[in-house]
Design a protein around this ligand. Structure first.
Ligand SMILES: [Zn+2]
Length: 157
């Protein structure tokens, strides 16, 4: 039976001459062959994780092994990490080991609107700035304490 949310690799060489961007989309689980990523990798690569919708434990295992291979002798940037990816990486820091995290999507809550808001955060400074609700302009409450998320932005030398 076909997966309801099949995994896809989308290559974008247009943004930068030197860094290939690969966007991952779909559910990351035991059906996904991440070996394809290695074949697509250049000397530098950027992985856009905004389309990763769900990750199970088999998917986490595959991802960690894949990243370990990809980051050997290569600069890997993870950008636009989805909330699903962030939730897992908070528990399993190996999910970002060896890579540089450029930006992550975090969940915030607007009390007056009683609605969830997803905000793209790209630095520790961003974490310290409370974003505003696009509807009512109230200050949003983070779902996850900033101090827990800071490790995403520690830069490896
Ligand atoms: Zn609001």
């Amino acid at each position: 039976m076909p997966s309801p949310n099949p995994f896809r690799f989308l290559v974008d060489d247009a943004a930068s001459m030197s860094t290939r961007t690969i966007r991952l989309e779909g559910d990351l689980d035991e059906r996904v062959d991440l070996g394809q990523l290695g074949k697509l990798a250049g000397a530098r690569m950027r992985i856009d994780l905004s389309g990763v919708t769900r990750i199970n434990s088999a998917g986490v295992h595959r991802w960690v092994l894949c990243l370990e291979i990809l980051t050997k002798g290569r600069q890997v940037e993870l950008c636009r990490c989805s909330s699903a990816f962030v939730a897992q990486a908070l528990m399993i820091p190996n999910m970002i080991a060896g890579a540089r995290v450029e930006s992550v999507f975090l969940d915030y809550w607007c009390e007056p609107c009683e609605q969830n808001e997803v905000v793209l955060v790209a630095s520790v400074a961003d974490l310290q700035t409370r974003p505003q609700c696009p509807r009512c302009h109230s200050v949003l409450e983070p779902d996850t304490a900033g101090s827990l998320v800071e490790f995403f932005f520690r830069r490896a030398i």
